[in-house]
Design a protein around this ligand. Sequence first.
Ligand SMILES: Cc1ncc(COP(=O)(O)O)c(C=O)c1O
Length: 409
Amino acid sequence: MVSPRKSRDPQTLRPATRLVHGASLRSQFEETSEALFLTQGYLYDTMEIAESRFKGTEPGFIYSRFSNPTVTMFEKRMALLEGAEAARATASGMAAVTAALMGQVRAGDHVVAAKACFGSCLYVVEDLLPRFGVSSTLVEGADLGAWAQAMRPNTKTAFLESPTNPTLEVIDIAGVAEIVHKAGATLVVDNVFASPMLQRPLQLGADCVVYSATKHIDGQGRTLGGVILASEAFITAHIHNFLRQTGPSLSPFNAWVMLKSLETLPVRVAAQMRSAEKIADYLADHQSVVRVLYPGRADHPQAALVKRQMSGGGTLVTFEVKGGKAAAFKMANALSIIGISNNLGDAKSLLTHPATTTHQRLKPEARAHLGIGEGMVRLSVGLEDVDDLIEDLAQALDAPGAQARHAAE
Ligand SMILES: Cc1ncc(COP(=O)(O)O)c(C=O)c1O
């Protein structure tokens, strides 16, 4: 008789293999591709089984606001990738950030965050938490002394994003974690820009990692989602009940799209990063470009720190064109392949002008303080042939006058 095939413990597999085979919950049909369980609820064979599921004495699904097989597969595969004990999926990246912060605090607590965070994250820290009696302090993320100074006896948690948007400044995650832990607080890191392939905040000392899975994890611009990863104890103490009772759940459909996307995440991020490196080098030599900010280049202001905490420069390149806003607009309007969009981490290359879009609400002095110039654009490099992207940038940077977009079509 042939004995059943052995299956390997996913923990012993390399990341790319974990992302293809890890955390599959195969049904009785033995499908190769993971199933999409579009169901709100579950049937219990007996009243006794229902009782024990609710008591938690028997494993099983109860209600899709907080437990669904497809969502569970996505969460477990993310945890395998990140090296986290536990993960919870959310409806969007902002639902993940909000839960990771609100789940930890109560009135009278204090939160410290880096100034250069995504605008909606700043809203949570600066506007939302104070409404519930939680005070906050914003610091220069790269200044470890500022983090130490901001800590108070009632500081519960700290929050940062690295690399930052749009200047791709890198914050010393291990350094901040040490300061925060000394003060008895926790550190939450928004790892969206690096992606889980290039930076592992938990290994650097963070207590919790959050993602907008909308970005590299979906990677093809389709679905919104978020993930929170941490130790089992952190998730149990701060996250599980908050999500279960308040309900910002990831739909099983979106979880399925993202679960399948994880299978291709390593090849996508590697290819996008190879192109980003080439594009950054091309732009650095271009006469119409004042400066290029790319964490993978030796001239990045924190190149040594990048080497210590990231395994690559990422898929985003920020650069400043000569001639300010007018020149940036002229160049962007002349692009024929690269799209104009504030989104990132997509198979399609996307370019945005932060001063007039993502950061337009800031006062000009605040933008200047963050290093966001009028001629600055942020490019999210996609999966197109890099030579086509470079040709597109070349013709747009050399465009003699304002041209109609997609003139070649
Ligand atoms: C760094 C960062 N964090 C969080 C978010 C929020 O993610 P979502 O749009 O999925 O809510 C974004 C979205 O652009 C982001 O760029």
